[in-house]
Design a binder for this molecule. Structure first.
Ligand code: SF4
Ligand SMILES: [Zn+2]
Length: 304
């Protein structure tokens, strides 16, 4: 079980947040081309071990926000049973947390979960990994296994009792940088009526994934940080971005000289929502612009 403290925005304030990775049995889908989260799971986990791990981590430090990630779906009975979830809500309230952040695939956000959340005494935010509003990309380039309509239906069910955070993924494989940026802009417009906040996730290369194979063969490059900055500056809704592995070869990167200051600005923007933080300039920006144009000349007979 991993746990750490980070900073997070809550009701316009910047507060401390305890993030806990609970070792459940892991994602029951486990087929997305970029994901290796099940490496953090424990195939032999029982409800007892899951709750004990939660207790141990949650008691560490009293802060405002508690994030529980399970390397899958918090509302999947195969990972965390309802009884365990209800124990977690009660304990989180006792420990003084004001908000609980969890993640789930849409198929687990049922009417029963709506009832469960409405009885919990704590504000709950649910992160849903939609990745893109484009069903073709989500099915063929990500292998996510659900449709935009399923996402919309789930959000319409739980949106009245929970805050919704929608994860969008910048640059699935086989898209050019420009196509990936256009996909994010279109997706942001499409999710705007359904989500309270968007988390722009920048592709990183996880070990043992299909995306890693493409990257090793030299046919995939993680997104430029400049692309993320442009999308964040363009978006007119509540949006955050945590550039995991930013400035590393396996993560979103520019030229490796300006990366740490751009990553820092993206983090500051995510905490404050202030677009004025983006000040860094670098000669590699011209190269990025050139890449956008050059890649655009490639014909793409594969896509409709
Ligand atoms: S991205 Fe989410 S849904 Fe896809 S395999 Fe990983 S944990 Fe499961
Ligand atoms: Zn640079």
């Amino acid at each position: 079980m991993k746990a750490w403290i980070e900073r997070e925005r809550l009701d316009g304030e910047v507060v401390d947040c305890l993030t806990v990775i609970l070792p459940t049995r892991g994602c029951g889908w486990d087929k997305c081309y970029m994901c290796s989260y099940t490496l953090d799971s424990d195939r032999n986990a029982t409800q007892e071990t899951v709750y004990r791990a939660f207790e141990k981590a949650a008691g560490k430090k009293q802060v405002e926000v508690l994030k529980i990630f399970t390397s899958g779906s918090f509302f999947d009975e195969g990972e965390v049973e309802r009884e365990t979830r209800e124990k977690i809500y009660r304990r989180a309230v006792e420990l003084g947390f004001r908000k609980l952040v969890v993640e789930s695939r849409p198929e687990f956000l049922t009417e029963a979960v709506v009832e469960e959340i409405s009885q919990a005494d704590i504000e709950i935010e649910i992160g849903i990994g939609l990745e893109t509003s484009n069903d073709f990309y989500r099915e063929h380039l990500i292998n996510k296994g659900f449709s935009f309509e399923e996402y919309r239906n789930a959000v319409e069910r739980v949106g009245s009792v929970a805050r919704i955070k929608t994860y969008l993924l910048l640059k699935p494989p086989l898209l050019t940088e420009k196509e990936a940026m256009e996909d994010m802009k279109k997706s942001i417009e499409d999710v705007k009526p359904y989500t309270d906040v968007v988390s722009l996730n920048l592709m990183t290369i996880h070990s043992g994934t299909y995306v890693e194979k493409l990257w090793r063969e030299g046919v995939y490059r993680p997104p430029w940080l400049w692309s993320a900055v442009e999308i964040l500056k363009w978006a007119d809704l509540d949006i955050l971005c945590d550039p995991v592995a930013g400035g590393k070869r396996r993560g979103p990167h520019n030229c490796f000289k300006c990366d740490s200051s751009v990553v820092d600005e993206i983090r500051r923007f995510s905490l404050t929502g202030d677009k004025g933080v983006f000040e860094t300039d670098c000669e590699c920006k011209e190269k990025w612009k050139l890449a956008l144009e050059a890649e655009d000349l490639i014909e793409k007979p594969l896509f409709p």
